[in-house]
Design a protein around this ligand. Structure first.
Ligand code: ZN
Length: 113
């Protein structure tokens, strides 16, 4: 039993009418960045809301959390972590855009858990 549930990295949803290749990449390909990643999380034991967190996947350290859009983008988090003496990873400049929460999660409306 975990308080938070991982919802996957934040991605840009393809435009309606995008080709099959584009949708395939969106649905199945993951960046799996080594460095700062922005991802969806679900506070399953608590307010039961989806939020975003920026986390350094090398150290599992959470840099910041919030409801989108998070101001400053990932670049801002990289700058903040650099100021704190943490080197920015190669994935730190990845483009992050707003997207709806992942659909079809089993926890939605699941009662007390
Ligand atoms: Zn919460």
């Amino acid at each position: 039993m975990y308080e938070f549930r991982f919802g996957g990295e934040v991605q840009q949803r393809p435009a309606p009418g995008s080709d099959q290749h584009t949708w395939g990449e969106y649905l199945y390909m993951r960046t799996n960045v080594s460095g700062i990643e922005r991802a969806w999380w679900f506070h399953r034991v608590g307010c039961r809301r989806w939020f975003q967190a920026e986390r350094d996947t090398r150290t599992n350290r959470v840099l910041r959390t919030g409801w989108p859009p998070l101001p400053g983008g990932v670049a801002g988090a990289v700058a903040a972590s650099s100021a704190a003496g943490v080197a920015a990873g190669p994935g730190g400049s990845a483009a992050v855009t707003n997207a709806p929460p992942p659909p079809g999660n089993a926890d939605a409306g699941g009662g007390d858990g």
